[in-house]
Design a protein around this ligand. Sequence first.
Ligand code: AP5
Length: 218
Amino acid sequence: MGPPGSGKGTQGERLQEELRLPYYATGDILRAAVRDETELGRSAKEYMDRGDLVPDEVIVGAIGERIDSSEAADGFILDGFPRTVPQAEALDEKLTELGRDLTAVLLIDASDEEVVRRLGGRRTCVENGHVFHVEFNPPAKEGVCDVDGSELIVRDDDEPEVIRHRLETYHEKTEPLIEFYDGRSLLRRIDGAAAPDAVAEELRRMLATLKLEADEAI
Ligand code: AP5
């Protein structure tokens, strides 16, 4: 978890490659649904364009199906979910039903000022959501995704007034989860203001420690 633009997607892509686990990013799932004009996409679009969260029941159903699937049997990475206390409670319920636990909640933190700077220069691949930045992580060829060659666009919700609203929504609805997960000793904080490689290294160290602790507990 983390505020918009803190680097969840950037780090999530790397983690997925390293851990070889299914990666469920709710923003990507919803944008694909909007693009494909599915029922999920039609119900989510207006909320996303405004920078509001989509209703809990809409997103809980979409994630529940995925973590209950056979591909997620060895674990999974969630990005952008849960984002409200009711979503976190629904996740708890689902995991209990499946007899599973969360390993950790990784909070990538960044200031509002940094978020505005980053999202203003973000470019996103239209096909698969790969993320670039005109200054901090430019693609080799302007406007073209390095990974799959598709077009890079400015997301509709990266307009300045929508960014401000997304930040307000994060502070109001998602920040309470910090206490929620801290109280369960699951929260690990990462300074998202560092460069992407340094953040990735910190994440790697943190996951190695968690694995060591889990092995010792057996
Ligand atoms: P979502 O797509 O999840 O948006 P978000 O949380 O606002 O996060 P972002 O994707 O904007 O940022 P990020 O943290 O992934 O940063 P990134 O790596 O791209 O959700 C979109 C919408 O869907 C929501 O507003 C909501 O409507 C809906 N939604 C999604 N999940 C939901 C849920 N659970 N419940 C209800 N509604 C939901 O990086 C940003 C930029 O910075 C990039 O250009 C990148 O290159 C650059 N960058 C990254 N790291 C660094 C660094 N360390 N230094 C410098 N630049 C960096």
